[in-house]
Design a protein around this ligand. Structure first.
Ligand SMILES: *Cc1c(COP(=O)(O)O)cnc(C)c1O
Length: 398
């Protein structure tokens, strides 16, 4: 592990969780690391640097233009702000006061997700009002059509494993329904590998995280129609100032995007498949563990291992996640569905030796709790409450 852990007194982490903001999102690619280091001591014209970013984003996505934001979340807020104000600088200066502007943003109800914070709040942050269309498991073109009105500024469409996964309107049909009313469609693609699909289908604006699969620094990427991108960029004179991205974020995101095109994606997929195969082999036959390869829900080219934790494992899935996290190095697994009794292992941020340590630790913790009989104690609700208590007592640590 890096010396920085020692220096700051931090526990090193083996990341079997995937790209999670809470643990630093991703390992930045070396090209992004050196781009950040190279530009930090220099002066550059930020508008020129964003022009350069626009060209890189256009080349990577097929969009007309783009710019870099401080995060995907701020990209959503700024994109929606731009859809409301256009290039009206007085309106930019007035936000989040939306007097006189169309300010409703239609969102399919099943897309009102929480990615660490509610996406509806990113809409409200611009002064806009989220309007749910349809119900959680049912959104169809007629639901969108009924929600559209002269007050509508945009539609926000979320592509993510966080959304409801059944009954959702497809992106192409959502774009059709909105475009026939002259309403732009903004697509949250924060964690999606596909950089082109929204524009192949005619979307007006789309937003990616630069620090998830791209391996860039903390930043977001906004791409789309030139007029909407410009309007979103102009928010830097208003609410966008509170979400400032610096030269290092912009330069690092450009480097990550340009590197993405030349990365050996086949080899990466091969490494990840090998890791999942090795986990299956290492954990097969462990009492109480149900193992299954799980393709990504939204079609990203990553396969994870789902481990359903039964009582014979001697502990609940959330207790297993906690015990893995309490080790040194701390092993973090995906626990967003842990309430269903399953943890998920994601290979995308792991080297083979780390992956082997993950499987060994799981065998170790389940074996130990069967022997000690000290598991199956904490209910899921009690576990959730204890997580909240930890957050509410920060900066005290448990
Ligand atoms: C991660 C994520 C975000 C937020 O991205 P940041 O770059 O962390 O702001 C937004 N939407 C979805 C669907 C995400 O997965």
């Amino acid at each position: 592990m890096a010396a920085v852990h020692d220096r700051l007194g931090l526990v090193p982490i083996i990341n079997a969780a995937g790209t999670m903001t809470d643990i630093g999102a991703s390992r930045a690619v070396p090209e992004a690391v050196s781009a950040v280091a190279e530009i930090l001591p220099e002066f550059i014209d930020i508008a020129d640097l964003q022009c350069r970013a626009s060209a890189a984003i256009a080349a990577a996505t097929g969009a007309e233009a783009g710019f870099v934001t401080s995060s995907a979340a701020s990209g959503i807020t700024l994109g929606i702000a731009g859809a409301m104000t256009g290039s009206d600088l007085a309106a930019v200066a007035r936000l989040p006061d939306t007097d006189g502007l169309a300010c409703e943003v239609i969102v399919p109800a099943g897309h009102l997700v929480d990615f660490g914070a509610p996406v509806a709040q990113m809409i409200r942050l611009a002064g806009a009002v989220p309007v749910a269309a349809g119900t959680v498991f049912d959104a169809q073109p007629f639901h969108l059509a009924a929600a559209l009105s002269p007050r509508t500024a945009a539609c926000l469409y979320v592509v993510s494993h966080h959304t409801a996964q059944s009954g959702q309107i497809g992106l192409a049909r959502a774009i059709d329904a909105c475009h026939s009313a002259g309403v732009p469609v903004i697509v949250d693609m924060a964690a999606e590998y596909d950089l082109r699909r929204p524009f192949d289908l005619g979307a007006d604006l789309a937003i990616w995280s630069a620090q998830k699969f791209l391996g860039g620094p903390t930043a977001g990427i906004v791409a789309g129609r030139a007029d909407l991108v410009r309007a979103a960029w102009l928010q830097g004179r208003g609410i966008g100032r509170a979400m400032k991205v610096g030269k290092e974020g912009i330069a690092g995101a450009i480097a990550a995007l340009e590197t993405w095109r030349h990365r050996d994606h086949e080899a990466a997929r091969g490494r990840e498949a090998q890791i999942v195969g090795a986990w299956l082999a290492a954990l097969r036959g462990s009492p109480g563990l149900g193992l299954r390869r799980l393709p990504d829900w939204t079609g990203n080219p990553v396969e994870r291992l789902e481990i359903t934790v039964g009582r014979e494992a001697g502990l609940f899935a959330w207790e297993l996640a906690d015990r893995l996290a309490a080790r040194n190095p701390s092993i973090r697994v995906r626990d967003d569905l842990v309430g269903t009794g399953a943890i998920h292992l994601d290979p995308c941020n792991l080297e083979a030796p780390e992956a082997a340590a993950v499987a060994a630790a799981i065998r170790d913790e389940t074996g130990r709790s069967v022997a000690a009989g000290d598991g199956l104690r904490i209910s899921w609700e009690a576990w959730r409450e204890s997580r909240l208590r930890t957050a509410l007592s920060w900066p005290e640590r448990p």
